[in-house]
Ligand binder design. Structure first.
Ligand code: SAM
Length: 184
């Protein structure tokens, strides 16, 4: 896997940066009141960047607003270099915030991006883009976190599956934080 030159600054893209642009990153957003460096409609592909332009891409509470999740992830994959990192944060589908915002088009689970990885459940043909999931953190509502459920969900993948299948509309989730490495 090619490694970046350690002496140069990391190239970071903050997609849908809003007013919380990540320090040192290039921000893109369609809203002129945001801190975006590039105003861009994210549902219109391709984005105005060459292949492999970035070491890291962040999309924090953005993917759920976009029309085509698969095409968007493929575009992220195109503009991040091989071995680079994609960080996504999105509401968990059992959280109130997932449904109370009418601009959310998708309600996602901790398995929603598996189609890009090895554990694709037979649906790997949805996309040719490949990502390695390096990290996943499931955030639960504070009450359930204090009772220890967040620890169980994050440390035992089989428990996470059981929780999402049977419990999550009682033991409510809050958000999902993914870190993927781009494979090319
Ligand atoms: C919930 S805000 C998140 C902002 C920021 N990432 C944060 O964590 O504070 C979603 C952002 O995505 C932008 N956005 C949503 N849909 C978009 C689209 N189709 N094209 C461009 N930007 C979009 C919005 O303008 C908004 O700034």
């Amino acid at each position: 896997m090619p490694q970046p030159d350690q002496s140069r600054k990391l190239r970071i893209l903050d997609v849908g940066c809003g007013i919380n642009k990540y320090p040192g990153s290039i921000g893109i957003d369609r809203n002129p009141a945001s801190r975006a460096d590039v105003l861009c409609e994210l549902d219109r592909l391709p984005y105005p960047f060459r292949d492999d332009s970035f070491d890291e891409l962040r999309a924090i509470h953005v993917i759920e607003h976009l029309t085509d999740v698969i095409a968007t992830i493929e575009e992220f994959h195109r503009i991040v270099r091989p071995g680079g990192i994609i960080r996504l944060e999105t509401p968990h589908y059992s959280d109130h915030s997932s449904f109370c915002d009418p601009t959310h088009k998708h309600h996602l689970t901790s398995f929603s991006f598996r189609y890009f990885g090895e554990d694709h459940g037979g649906f790997g043909y949805y996309s040719q883009a490949r990502l390695r999931q390096k990290h996943l953190r499931v955030k639960l509502l504070s009450f359930w976190k204090w009772l220890g459920f967040e620890f169980l969900v994050n440390h035992f993948p089989r428990y996470r599956r059981f929780w999402e299948y049977y419990l999550c509309f009682v033991v409510r989730g809050k958000a999902l934080v993914f870190e993927f490495q781009v494979l090319k």
